[in-house]
Design a protein around this ligand. Structure first.
Ligand code: SF4
Length: 638
């Protein structure tokens, strides 16, 4: 409502709104008031020029052209709206097919849409007009079908945008099926831009109708729309040009009204027509030979998650890109594992692969990928969705995008319980209230009826954890859960995760770029660099880390002894581009210990007797800076 008011505040928006209302009102009242005047034949007054009695003159049967133009408004608008409705419905089916059908079927539909969009709309309309036949019905179908590919492309892009949001991922993790996600989470969020674009298209449809009728392919006698009047008027243009000009003006004004109104609303809402999804080449097989790096310390008794040689590959412009290059680890019941690394190290993608949330264009492979003994590599099935929905909880980085903004919080939490536990609406809502209470949200009954925007960032994040607790999770995957929160709220969220873990013996994977955060919360830390685990150690041993990268991460964290007059320590250079991983150790270009061997041979992840794994040819050797410090200390002591 607020946005519509802002439309009316601009001169253009106000004019477009008044014009559109005028056209619609005219469409309703004109046939009621003026049909008799429009159809009255006066053979004594054929092809008369404009006069006080006939403002736009008369046609070849002496009928009043002005009244006929007014009366034709209803049919013209009706046909345009019907064609737009067909374009939207068929476009919706096409645009959502890719989401529903998965990777292969989706690609096929996308290819079809791409080909159809490449054809000029008017050619498509003429093609369909020939197929559906001459007449109003044929013209509606032709223009509707010709507009469908553009709506298909728009829908596809909008769906892809919403599908990438965290609340859709959350619904997927909760095991909700694709159709249900589409109906409940995706479509309500794309309705606004679709409606705006449909309004703009209605203006285009009016013009297209006029074109088809003008070519004699549209409305046929005795019915008439503006295009038909134009067609009839053109034959007498030298005798009475107003016979063609007046319906022509009507088409232009109504077309402009719809178009400008749609544009104004789009501007007020910040909605635009978005472009297509870039096509990527397929994945080649040559990356399949990456050396697996085993975690050899698995005891299977209490293992919640077992990951062996996990790889994630995407198609790239210059060949396949593998951001996760063969990682292995296990998480046991009640254990908290931290995964740290810079952006692009593959840590978040690892979490997405575990949660089966990797984008359709990506390929997830592993020698083993099991949650509670269930193979996550198996094809998507109801049983697997049920298992994931009840056993795995996911907490995303940005609490703003973790919930569907169009639904109340209680309903969103209740969704998975209704789906998987077969609870009634009332019981599921009661459980949602209980779970909100368990994550320390005050007045949970009231909060359950509120929308996400009524929650603060910290509350949303706690509600997200509460959503994961609607089932009985064995594993919580928290991907940078505190990054978007302020410091005091960060601690609350970390404390909450720790208390849930302790109370229910839930395993936790905490992904963070902050090594001190994982050091505080976790039992064990996996350090990732360029898609590999380069060190795996107990959090208590972080101060004695052996890999130069882990030590650099630790050194980059300021502490109470940091000299604030000196620049803070940083890791020189940039992280490795996953599409261009160098030969040998990927860290060599930034490593102060790099030797000739490092640049040619990639070190394997090797475990010592205590289970500390590290991938480095010079693990534990002192860094040049440490040698300098030591020498300085010795000099001062002597
Ligand atoms: S293998 Fe060499 S380059 Fe890689 S981290 Fe170890 S010392 Fe540095």
């Amino acid at each position: 409502m607020r946005q519509l008011k802002s439309v009316l505040r601009t001169p253009l928006g106000l004019t477009a709104t008044l014009l559109t209302i005028g056209v619609l009102v005219l469409a309703v009242i004109a046939p009621i008031l003026w049909t008799d005047d429009a159809d009255a034949i006066d053979t004594s007054n054929i092809l008369a020029p404009p006069s006080a009695e006939h403002w736009a003159g008369t046609d070849n049967l002496g009928r009043d052209i002005f009244y006929r133009t007014l009366v034709a408004t209803r049919l013209s608008v009706e046909l345009a709206l019907a064609a737009t409705a067909i374009a939207v419905v068929v476009g919706l089916l096409l645009g959502t097919a890719a989401f529903l059908l998965g990777r292969r079927g989706g690609r096929l539909v996308n290819a079809g849409i791409n080909i159809a969009v490449a054809f000029p709309g008017i050619l498509l309309a003429l093609f369909f007009a020939v197929i559906f036949g001459v007449g109003a019905t044929g013209a509606v179908l032709a223009i509707g079908m010709a507009g469908a590919p553009a709506f298909g492309r728009l829908t596809q892009t909008l769906v892809a945008g919403i599908a990438a949001r965290d609340f859709v991922a959350a619904a997927q993790v909760a095991g909700v099926g694709r159709l249900r996600i589409l109906l409940r989470h995706v479509l309500p969020n794309i309705g606004e831009p679709l409606a705006v674009n449909a309004t703009i298209s209605a203006g285009g449809a009016l013009l297209a109708f006029a074109g088809l009728s003008f070519l004699g392919l549209g409305v046929q006698q005795p019915t008439y729309d503006w295009g038909r009047l134009l067609f009839d008027g053109i034959s007498s243009i030298y005798v009475n040009p107003w016979a063609a000009l007046v319906p022509g003006f009507a088409v232009i004004i109504a077309g402009l009204a719809f178009n400008l109104f749609g544009e104004s609303v789009a501007k007020a809402l910040g909605v635009g027509v978005v472009g297509g999804i870039p096509k990527l080449p397929s994945v080649a097989a040559h990356l399949d030979d990456v050396e697996p790096v085993e975690d050899t310390r698995h005891s299977t008794d209490d293992v919640v998650l077992d990951v062996r040689n996990l790889r994630v590959t995407f198609p790239g412009v210059r060949g396949p890109i593998r951001p996760v290059r063969g990682i292995s680890f296990a998480v046991r019941r009640g254990e908290a594992i931290g995964v740290v690394g810079e952006s692009g190290s593959g840590k978040s993608l690892t979490a997405l692969a575990i949660s089966r949330l990797v984008d359709d264009s990506g390929r997830v492979e592993a020698d083993r990928l099991e949650l509670l003994g269930d193979d996550l590599r198996a094809a998507d099935s109801k049983a697997q969705r049920q298992m994931l929905g009840t056993s795995l909880a996911m907490v995303f980085q940005d609490p703003m995008t973790s919930f569907n903004p169009t639904q109340r919080m209680g309903r969103q939490l209740a969704e998975s319980s209704r789906h998987h536990q077969g609870l009634s609406k009332k019981d599921a809502l009661e459980r949602a209230v209980d779970r909100l209470r368990s994550v320390r949200i005050t007045e949970p009954e009231k909060r359950a009826h509120q929308y996400p925007h009524e929650f603060s960032g910290g509350m949303r994040q706690r509600a997200m954890i509460g959503m994961g607790l609607m089932g009985t999770p064995a594993l919580i995957v928290a991907d940078e859960p505190t990054t978007a929160l302020d410091v005091t709220v960060q601690q609350q969220v970390l404390d909450l995760l720790a208390s849930i873990r302790e109370a229910d013996d839930v395993a936790l994977i905490l992904i963070s770029h902050d090594v001190t955060v994982v050091g505080e919360v976790c039992d064990r830390v996996l350090v990732m660099y360029a898609g590999r685990i380069v060190e795996d150690l107990r959090a208590a041993d972080l101060a004695a880390a052996q890999h130069p990268y882990t030590r650099a991460l630790m050194a980059a964290v300021p502490d109470m002894h940091t000299d604030l007059d000196q620049p803070l320590a940083v890791i020189p250079g940039r992280p490795v581009d996953p599409s261009d991983v160098p030969e040998g150790c990927a860290y060599a270009a930034r490593c102060p210990l790099a030797s000739a061997r490092c640049r040619t041979e990639d070190p394997a992840l090797v475990a010592d007797a205590a289970g500390h794994r590290v991938a480095c040819w010079h693990a534990g050797e002192p860094l040049p800076l440490e040698i300098e410090d030591r020498e300085l200390e010795e000099a001062e002591a002597s």
